[in-house]
Design a protein around this ligand. Structure first.
Ligand code: OGA
Ligand code: MN
Length: 278
């Protein structure tokens, strides 16, 4: 084999070493190996990727259909690549209070207010702070499987109501234009979902987007999510990624929560390219 997939310790994460999109990208067997490892390990870390925007898009496309970013602003654009969003710690909520955007700074899964959320989010490190800015991920399948049977019985039938910006979110989302707000979809998703690729059940909830579970009031819904977060964020279910130059990372929104720590020197830049796959 021309490249290696090396599982990280524990239940989540694998490194992909020596992958070359030009050489390996058209190899169907390679693609199947990658997709199987992704479903199993939830997060794949491609190291030392000497690639450009076109290669990044091709790599993402191995995992599913490329899909648009739900929110785009002029400052997020990458010339010639409409499906890439530039993430920068310098961006501010220009339609709102103009404060820095705390993108990804608390546990969440991406775009769960959509009826069909993108399964994969792919990030490519462009500029990194000298220290800090790690991104953590949970394995929501392993977390579900480790629940007591009584808790499983409690959560199995629940359905979450997801909106763009829950009034109970621990942080605010970027302010929407009136048009965006009018068109912003909301969605109901079961709290326990069979995974689209493996059929194995995983916990699917989102503290920034769920206002309540059907049939429960908001306080009880938020209390349940707090309990579930405390369970899922235990070290045994978590991979904490320390970014290195050349890293490209893909995670599986159907079976992970993620969170970045904006704990680095704000005078330094942290810039990523981000794309989504369906
Ligand atoms: C995201 C996100 C985390 C990071 O792009 O959805 O949460 O590490 N990013 O920048
Ligand atoms: Mn995110």
């Amino acid at each position: 084999m021309s490249f290696e997939i090396r599982p990280l310790p524990g239940v989540i994460g694998a490194e992909v070493l020596g992958f070359d999109i030009g050489r390996d990208g058209a190899d169907e067997a390679a693609r199947l190996r990658l997709r199987e490892a992704w479903t199993d390990r939830v997060v794949l870390v491609f190291r030392e990727m000497a690639t450009d925007e076109a290669g990044f898009m091709r790599l993402a496309g191995l995992f599913g259909e490329n899909v648009p970013q739900p929110v785009q602003r002029p400052e997020y654009r990458v010339e010639g690549f409409p499906l890439i969003r530039l993430l920068s710690n310098r961006h501010r909520d220009t339609l709102g209070d103009n404060k820095p955007l705390n993108v990804g700074g608390t546990w969440h899964t991406d775009h769960s207010h959509l009826p069909d959320p993108p399964r994969g989010t792919v990030l490519r490190a462009i500029r990194l702070p000298e220290a800090g800015g790690d991104t953590s991920f949970t394995n929501q399948r392993a977390a579900y499987e480790a629940l007591d049977e009584a808790v499983r019985r409690e959560v199995d039938p629940l359905v979450g109501h997801h909106v763009y910006n829950s009034r109970y979110a621990p942080r605010r989302m970027a302010t929407m234009t009136p048009d965006e707000e009018r068109e912003a979809p909301s969605a109901r998703h079961p709290l326990v979902r069979p995974h689209p690729a493996s059929g194995r059940k995983a916990l699917y909830f989102n503290p920034i987007r769920i206002e309540r579970f059907d049939g429960m009031d908001a306080a009880a819904s938020q209390a349940l999510m707090d309990r579930l977060v405390a369970h899922c964020e235990q070290d045994r279910f978590v991979y904490r990624h320390r970014w290195r130059p050349g890293d490209v990372l893909i995670w599986d929104n159907a079976q992970a929560l993620h969170m970045v720590r904006h704990d680095y020197d704000p005078a330094q830049e942290r810039i990523m390219h981000r794309t989504l796959v369906g």
